[in-house]
Write a protein that binds this ligand. Structure first.
Ligand SMILES: [Zn+2]
Length: 323
């Protein structure tokens, strides 16, 4: 009897066939923040970009190549921002490029005012601009694609599209978990929508407030919430602005045309000091990679937290009173 009971118990606790764990590699932290909530606990998620680094000018190491070649699925932004992650040739079925998904919203580079004159794609005559050359090369090699602002993960609507596409891929890779993945996807999208509505409430009162960013990474976010970014300090995040440009920006700040300036944790503070030193203007930090908003021990923040923190830091800066 005891033996039988033991056998029965043994059978009882025998789990259903566990789903095969899979390996996913993403290029930048915000992509990890979009898809992590869809994964099973034993699935592995690898991030290529070193946390704290800027994707602009990043280089792949041999260990990254290893990660790319041993992954079941590789997810990239698919714009010049993570061109380094797209250099490695992988089978089509194994990759997901956000930029190539149907319905992805693209916005043009900003020009005019104190944005870059003449558009982002054409290097300024007076500055050797590697970033722009990358953009140009990418544009040349993808002639069918018009050049557009590559920071497409900053659009909440684009994030939804990537999450749905990633969910379909995951369900193909793990058909035995398909129903659970579909349910998680639905819950996750609902959670993001809750944060999106909160963000609208937070940011709505500040739609007119003019602000500067360090580099033009937030266009999609500003567009989504109807904000009033008036320019960037750097035309290229890797290259220092000319003295002429710094003086122009300082004149705008002095004239009261800028209420807030956002720096970025990926770049040294001194990059905005040249513009703000001695002037009355609020400053705050915005992290386009979301790494600084991550809970301790994590290399990325989930997308709802990411956009929530961006909104909160913007609100902080817009509300700061100067005496
Ligand atoms: Zn950028």
């Amino acid at each position: 009897m005891k033996k039988l009971l033991g056998m029965l118990c043994g059978l009882w606790i025998l789990p259903a066939m566990p789903a095969k764990a899979i390996n996913i590699t993403v290029s930048v932290p915000p992509l990890a923040g979009m898809i992590a909530p869809l994964l099973d606990q034993d699935d592995e998620l690898q991030l290529l970009l070193t946390p704290g680094a800027s994707p602009h000018g990043f280089q792949l190491k041999p260990s990254h190549l290893q990660a790319l070649h041993t992954s079941d699925l590789v997810i990239t932004v698919g714009t010049p921002v993570d061109a380094w992650a797209q250099k490695v040739k992988l089978p089509d079925g194994q990759t997901l490029r956000m930029a190539q998904l149907e319905g992805i919203e693209t916005l043009p580079f900003r020009a005019g005012g104190i944005w870059q004159k003449g558009g982002h794609v054409h290097a300024d005559e007076h500055e050797h601009d590697e970033h722009h050359e990358h953009e140009q090369q990418a544009a040349d090699s993808h002639k069918e694609l018009p050049p557009y602002d590559g920071h497409i993960w900053m659009s909440v609507d684009n994030a939804r599209i990537l999450i749905q596409a990633a969910s379909r891929k995951l369900q193909q890779l793990k058909p035995e978990s398909s129903a659970e993945i579909a349910q998680r996807t639905e819950d996750w999208l609902a959670k993001i929508s809750v944060q999106d509505v909160k963000n609208q409430t937070i940011l709505n009162p500040f739609q007119e407030v003019p602000f500067l960013v360090l580099h033009d990474a937030f266009h999609y976010f500003e567009h989504h919430y109807g904000l009033n970014g008036v320019g960037s300090i750097r035309l290229n995040p890797e290259i220092a602005p000319s003295l002429k440009r710094i003086l122009e920006l300082r004149a705008r700040v002095k004239a009261g045309e800028v209420q807030c300036i956002f720096k970025e944790p990926q770049f040294p503070e001194k990059r905005i000091l040249a513009v703000t030193k001695g002037l009355e203007v609020n400053t705050e930090t915005l992290d386009p990679m979301g790494v600084t908003y991550a809970p301790e021990g994590k290399q990325f923040s989930d997308y709802d937290l990411f956009i929530g923190e961006l909104a909160r830091h913007m609100q902080n800066c817009f509300e700061k009173k100067r005496d």
